[in-house]
Design a protein around this ligand. Structure first.
Ligand code: THU
Length: 160
């Protein structure tokens, strides 16, 4: 029997001011996207912004439905929009802003498992690491690749 321990490197910032111009812009775009959230049922508003390798920023927000499984998270809304419009461009980073009342919460909004699996799909497709910035008013967490937030990821391409 062996025991292994995984360690994950991520960065914690107190404010976007400590981050690069590109990351600051992406967080701002995620906050803007949060205002377009349609969440009359949970009242929890989420916005996501993705930077493509051509520099374009694609936004998405959570969209709910009276038949609850028919809605979609902000992250997947943004990724599907990005992939549908720019299928040949890698998604190099994503910022997420979530909270009630269309405002960013103090602590970072962490993406659900399904969104992480979809991030993995597009990262595998492009071969380019996607960094994920989970933004909160008091703390911002930056991860550098999807494996770091989804260890032991399922990747059918690798098991073939
Ligand atoms: N939600 C997101 O859009 N992204 C997340 O990272 C967490 C959850 C949405 C789904 C649902 O519309 C609402 O937030 C409450 O779960």
């Amino acid at each position: 029997m062996k025991t292994k321990t995984l360690s994950i490197k991520y960065e914690i910032y107190d404010s976007p001011e400590e981050m690069s111009e590109e990351d600051r812009e992406l967080i701002k775009a995620a906050e803007e996207a949060q205002r377009t959230s349609y969440a009359p049922y949970s009242k929890f508003n989420v916005g996501a912004a993705i930077r493509l390798d051509n520099g374009l920023v694609i936004k998405g927000s959570n969209q709910e439905n009276a038949a609850s499984p028919d809605g979609l998270c902000a992250e997947r809304t943004a990724m599907f929009a990005a992939s549908a419009a720019y299928p040949d461009n890698a998604m190099v980073s994503m910022a997420i802003s979530g909270g009630y009342g269309f405002k960013m919460d103090d602590m970072p909004c962490t993406p659900c498992g399904s969104c992480r699996q979809v991030m993995a799909e597009y990262q595998n497709k492009s071969g380019v690491p996607m960094s994920v910035i989970m933004a909160g008013k008091k703390q911002i967490w930056k991860f550098f690749k999807v494996e770091d937030i989804l260890p032991f990821i399922f990747n059918s391409l690798e098991t073939e």
